[in-house]
Design a protein around this ligand. Sequence first.
Ligand code: HEC
Ligand code: HEC
Length: 292
Amino acid sequence: MADLPTGFWSGWIIVLTCVSLATLVWVVFSIYFSSGANEHPDAEPVWDTDLREGSNAPPLWWFWMLLSALVFSLIYLMLYPGLGSYKGLLNWSHGKRIVESYETYDTTFQDIRAGIASMDIAEVQNDLDLMQAAERIFTRECSACHGPDARGQASLFPNLVDIDWQWGSSAEQIEQTIRGGRVANMLAWQSILGDDNVNQVANYVADMEGGAAANHPGQAVYQQNCAACHGVGGMGNPLLGAPNLADNIWLYGGDLETITASIATGRGGVMPAFGKRLDDAQINLLVAMLAR
Ligand code: HEC
Ligand code: HEC
């Protein structure tokens, strides 16, 4: 449709518009100034013996109203786009209007945004208005996955208000998570270790919280295959996004069955990158909201 009002169609629209306007002018003038009006009062139809239909001319102020509407239309069509592809003398367009309002918006809020982007996290956290703004951004951009209260959901999207951080809890690490996204990667161990080993190491991991006993049958498998990422004591490694397995906070679930499934089939959670979607001020607000 964008290229419709060019060439033939543009001319067609111009002709239609002009003909309709001219017809309107003709109708108005013929009503008020035709010579036949009001000349034969006797020819008026009479209904029900004494109801005369009448043919008084409409009041003259109607004429002036219609005339000014017509003049307005002509001036409008000269100034603004309306006749085919003719752009109008003012060269007005929706696109230009939007660009202009973006520019006004940018110049109005640029300084404020730059200010927020360079603010200290603690400073932002102490400003109630800014924290409310952060929550609005979170609701709009993040809550679909992390839940409206950021407590996570569906055993797929992590809780962001607990003390357990897969990718690190510092402001810098959280900022990196939001800007660049994160792709977690844990292999499916079923085919590598076999059922028995998977079951044993799953048991070992499930017992870790209480400080798994030494000489646990799964310990050797764990130290050999898992400790490189999850740490000897199971404390995790934020550089790899390997979660702490020794606390009682689980992303996918801490019952033996789910732990076994995590190990057997692997996990690959993806946090999308927001570095392009959000500006520096918005990211700083979110970091301030999530960092402790
Ligand atoms: C290459 C590094 C790496 C190795 C090796 C590795 N993991 Fe993981 N593991 C991860 C990552 C990364 C995640 C997070 C996956 C996600 O968030 O989707 C994870 C997640 C898990 C989870 C789920 C935790 C939760 O909160 O639900 C369990 C259980 C687990 N690993 C156990 C093991 C066991 C047992 C081994 C050894 C057999 C092992 N991992 C080896 C990197 C690794
Ligand atoms: C499409 C769903 C989705 C959206 C939208 C989303 N996230 Fe995530 N986010 C995830 C998943 C999945 C993970 C876990 C990745 C993994 O398994 O390691 C995650 C992880 C995180 C983490 C790391 C948590 C940790 O323990 O280290 C932070 C921080 C985070 N998200 C913040 C945000 C913020 C802020 C927003 C909004 C700007 C957001 N997320 C939007 C899916 C999402």
